[in-house]
Write a protein that binds this ligand. Sequence first.
Ligand code: PEP
Ligand code: MN
Length: 263
Amino acid sequence: LKLAGGKSPKSMIEIGEATIGGKEIILIGGPCAVESSIQMRKAAASVKRSGGKILRGGVFKPRTSPYSFQGLGLEGVNYLAEAAREEGLLCVTEVIDAKSLDLVVDRVDLLQIGARNMQNFELLKLAGKVNKPVILKRGLSATIEEWLLAAEYIMAAGNPQVILCERGIRTFEPSTRNTLDLSAVGVAKELSHLPVIVDPSHAAGRRDLISSLSKAAVAAGADGLLIEMHPNPEEALSDGPQSLTPEQMMTVAQELEQVAQSV
Ligand code: PEP
Ligand code: MN
């Protein structure tokens, strides 16, 4: 596996006051989808209270069904960015194509490329042309090598600020939405210099496992967590069953603090 940056030194990605890939475990939280201004303000307050640094919220949703909520688009980015700014947080949203990238790139602090677009090579090349960090999720059935080569597309096009995100892969096991591959954290870190974060929410698909998987991710060496949280998960338009309540988010954050101190 030929990687331009090699294995070391480890990349540290600095965005404002947040450093990803440094000593601190970075916490990214927020709803799957941006739904309203008030929802995002509540989410931002919760992320802030939990010690998170980055607010997430999708506005272009790559949903399995065309009849599911597809996202608010540009209107939603404004809710996300304003809510983050009010709390002094950074913000991230997913881009799905050239048009969505153009629309959001100047309004958010980081971009996310989702599992379904991990091998959208033209999108990866475009993400290589922007001066913003990119969270690159592992594809639903991508090997670690394919994931690292996808990251390479972004870096080869000129953007070294890539953060890998393990979010579970498809296996034969139906108890969880996907199977969280925690060994991928160590393997990706061994093969590359990039920071690796873990998204237990899309891996599990259910909120009761988020606490334990988050702690396990930190113990496995993850540089951060990306966790879905909704002010009122019962009413979420997307991924409610896996979204934590603000109270649960707070508890998980405290637990992570303890694990981080012991690893
Ligand atoms: C998301 O983060 O909301 C998302 C769609 O994630 P993934 O691409 O990992 O499925
Ligand atoms: Mn989601």
